[in-house]
Design a protein around this ligand. Sequence first.
Ligand SMILES: C[S@@+](CC[C@H](N)C(=O)[O-])C[C@H]1O[C@@H](n2cnc3c(N)ncnc32)[C@H](O)[C@@H]1O
Length: 273
Amino acid sequence: MQIHETAFIVSTYRSHHEDVSKDIYAKMWNNAATDAIIHEIFEKVSIYEAILHSLRNRYFYERMNAFFSNHKGGTFINFGSGFSMYQFSLSNAVATIEIDKKDIIEYKKQKIARWIKDGKLPARQLDYAAINFNKHSFNDIVKTIKSLIKKDPTFILLEGVLFFLDLETTRMLFDVFKKLQKPGDIVGVVTYLPEVEHTAVYKRLLHYFDSNNDTHDSFHHQTLEESYFHAISGYKVIEKIDEFELSKIYLSEYDIQSKSEILNETMFLLKKN
Ligand SMILES: C[S@@+](CC[C@H](N)C(=O)[O-])C[C@H]1O[C@@H](n2cnc3c(N)ncnc32)[C@H](O)[C@@H]1O
C-alpha cells in the first residue's frame, strides 16, 4: 500500500457517514480501486474504520468551526492534508493552506480548481505547498508556509499523519508549528497511544499494511505517549478525547462496548502560549 492511497481511503470513509463526518464533499474523491481496498479492510481489519474516521472529522470540523467563527476568520493550515475538504464547509472568511507530498498536491489542486470552475464546489481562498516532511528542512518549510499566511489567527491540523512519521520528523514539525504560530493559535493532532499496540485489531492493521506494502513507500508505525504532547515546548494541551469517547457523543446506532475493540485514535488540541 502506498501512503497516498491512505488519503483516498480515509476520504472514502468520511463519505460513508456524511451525517456523522459532516463532509458532504468527500464523495467527490471516491473511486473503484479505493472501494475494493476498503472492502478488504472491513473484512480483514475492522468494520468500524469508516465510522471512526467520520467521528474524527466531525470532531475537528466542530472545533475549527467554533474557532474561526469566534475569530471571524483566519487561516487553516492542513499538514498532510490528503483529500480532506474542511475548507469548503468552513466560512469563506477562512483561508486554507494545504500541505502534502507533490503527487497529492498536484492532483488535488487541479481537481479542486476544475470543480470550483464548474460550480461543484464553493470558491475559497486556497494555497497549496508540495512538501515532504522527511526531506525538506525546517527552514525551507517555515519559509514556504510563512509566506502563505495572510490572516491570523491560525489553526494547524495534523490528522492521520503521525503514524507514518518518525520521532525526529515529528519533533521538527512541532518546531515548525511553534515558529509559525502566535499565542492563542491552535494545533489539532491525532495519534495512536502506545496502549493500542496490545489490541488484536491493531495487530491486524499492521499485518494488513505489511502484507500490502509497497517497498518504495515505507513508513513508520508511530505511536506516542500522552506525556509527549504535554511536554511540547511552547504549547499547552487544552483538550484530549479519543474516538471511543466521541462515539458516545455523536453515535446513537453503534454500540461500541470497549476501547480495545476498535482502532481507537486520540485527538489533542494544543494552544500556543
Ligand atoms: C491517512 S492520510 C490523511 C489525510 C488527511 N489528513 C485526512 O485525515 O483525510 C495521510 C496523509 O499524510 C501524507 N503524508 C504522509 N507522510 C508524509 C510526508 N513525509 N510528507 C508530507 N505528507 C505526508 C500523505 O501523503 C497523506 O495524504
